[in-house]
Design a protein around this ligand. Structure first.
Ligand SMILES: Cc1ncc(COP(=O)(O)O)c(C=O)c1O
Length: 487
């Protein structure tokens, strides 16, 4: 029965409702494999099931919970599903999920040190663990944002602030005749978040040079230097280079060492985007992944992508934190605090004022699995992807589209009697067909107008058997599609 409530749950209610939520979550995981991976609903289906106004009286918790399975679950594409092999997966682990509950329980705002000292101190310590586990130089200091897009935006803002003499913080960028055109460089394969950061920061699309890549989709350093020289000659001001370790489409790795050397030579900020693949540096096989980035200025890695920390959680590492502070610190009277260098007021390091206790998620994940456990999970993903790669290489109708560097396999299926013009359509139809089956979720993309399929093995529940089934499903759906194409 509905009733007006003017106080929060009491102890017993909290426990029993909490147990119900935990049981719901555990059942969700238990039943996950029987759910279609990609949501099968039509646009508007969720909205239609939700009343147009909130209830006047409070509803029973049973009713609220039962609507999850009726309304929300059908509208979920299950990122936690072991057969989710699309995009770059973000799969939260149980310790991370429970840490979310604890963060919400404390529900503190760590904007300044004294508003909850544990927020800044835990963040600093856990990000140092993460940095050291990835063999990144201890010169870098870490700060947490929600996403890699926001981390990179802050890094590029620091790069802009780092340009001597322009006083952009004070004078802005509009209406100034004394401001040269600022130029940022990244490869044609860099993530769109870099372009978005440039849109946000007044650099504009015209201020970005997308440097060509080689046939392994890695930035060509000679092309980078050539473009920088041309721009300088034209009176433009190169201020930032972004290299990527693990590009979004194919997971290619830019030659970070050479790019670092060029950035040093021209005194340009170097930001490294390792949002997805950076975590592999915990493995001995990838121990040199960050080579060259010791002379970079900033690096982004997302524990929420492939480190089993529930979204959202992105770590930005920056060598000279005072530049970030110079770019963003603005302290209103009511937030002025005592304290010197021994405290960190996180609001000084970015746009957001409020900050929750995000670091607890990474702390729990590290402590629950241990570094060795995390290494095992990630190396199993890579081994399964290698198995899939081998299948693609040896099957007469499939061909790799890009080298497999981590656990993402990019390939195309070549049916009989199909011309290049229809190959894109065939592969796209194949992905759509697989996704509609609900058994597997994949995505594809295009480079140079060629459409290819990506299989990404990085979900915490994804085992070798799921990757084997994915291959079987792909072949059988491709065969059915081929038969239809031939009719
Ligand atoms: C290389 C790379 N950088 C940045 C991003 C953006 O990540 P986020 O969603 O955390 O902003 C992605 C997303 O997949 C990515 O692949």
């Amino acid at each position: 029965m509905n009733k007006i409530r003017n106080r929060d749950m009491n102890y017993d209610e909290f426990i029993s409702n909490g147990e119900q939520v935990l049981r719901w979550a555990a059942n969700y995981f238990e039943g996950l494999e029987s759910l279609p991976v990609m949501s099968q609903i039509k646009p508007g289906d969720v909205k239609d099931k939700i009343p147009n106004s909130p209830p006047l009286d409070g509803e029973s918790f049973d009713e609220i919970i039962s609507d999850l399975d009726k309304i929300i679950t059908p509208g979920i594409t299950h990122w936690a599903h072991p057969n989710f092999m699309a995009y770059f997966n973000s799969s939260g682990s149980a310790p991370g999920i429970l840490a979310e509950l604890i963060a919400a329980t404390y529900n503190v705002n760590g904007m300044v040190w004294m508003s909850s000292p544990a927020v800044a101190e835990l963040e600093e310590k856990v990000l140092a663990w993460f940095r050291d586990s990835l063999r990144i130089s201890k010169e870098f200091w870490g700060v947490v944002y929600d996403t890699a897009s926001v981390s990179s935006m802050h890094a590029i803002a620091a790069a802009r602030e780092n340009i001597p003499g322009l006083e952009i913080r004070e004078k802005g960028m509009t209406g100034r005749k004394d401001l040269p055109k600022l130029k940022l460089y990244c490869s044609t394969q860099a993530h769109s978040s870099i372009d978005k950061a440039c849109l946000t920061l007044g650099i504009g699309m015209d201020g970005i040079s997308h440097i060509p890549v080689n046939d392994r989709f890695e930035m060509i350093p000679e092309e980078l230097e050539k473009q920088i020289k041309i721009d300088i000659k034209n009176g433009e001001l190169p201020f930032c280079v972004v290299s990527t370790i693990g590009t979004t489409a194919t997971t290619s790795v830019d030659p970070v060492k050479q790019i670092s050397a060029i950035s040093k030579k021209y005194d340009i900020w170097h930001h490294v985007d390792a949002a997805h693949a950076g975590v592999t540096a915990i493995l001995d096989e990838y121990k040199n992944l960050f080579d060259g980035s010791e002379s970079a200025d900033s690096i982004v890695i997302n524990p929420h992508k492939w480190f089993f920390v529930p979204i959202d959680f992105s770590a930005l590492y920056i060598k000279n934190r005072s530049i970030l502070k110079r770019a963003f610190s603005l302290v209103p009277e009511y937030l002025k605090t005592e304290g010197g260098d021994e405290i960190t007021n996180l609001m000084d390091y970015g746009v957001p004022l409020g900050r929750r206790l995000r670091a607890i998620k990474l702390w729990f994940v590290f402590r629950y699995f241990g570094l060795e456990g995390l290494k095992l999970i990630i190396s199993n993903h890579i081994a399964s992807a290698k198995w899939f790669e081998e299948k693609v290489k040896t099957h007469p109708k499939t061909k790799l589209f890009a080298p497999v560097t981590f656990s993402t396999v990019c390939f195309r299926y070549f049916p009989n009697n199909t011309y290049e013009e229809t190959l894109n359509q065939f592969n796209k139809n194949l992905v759509d067909r697989i996704n509609k089956s609900g058994k597997l979720f994949l995505t594809g993309t295009k480079i140079n107008d060629l459409y290819f399929i990506r299989v990404v093995v990085s979900g915490i529940r994804t085992e070798k058997r799921h990757v084997e089934s994915a291959w079987e499903l792909l072949l059988s759906e491709a065969q059915k599609l081929e038969n239809e194409f031939e009719c």
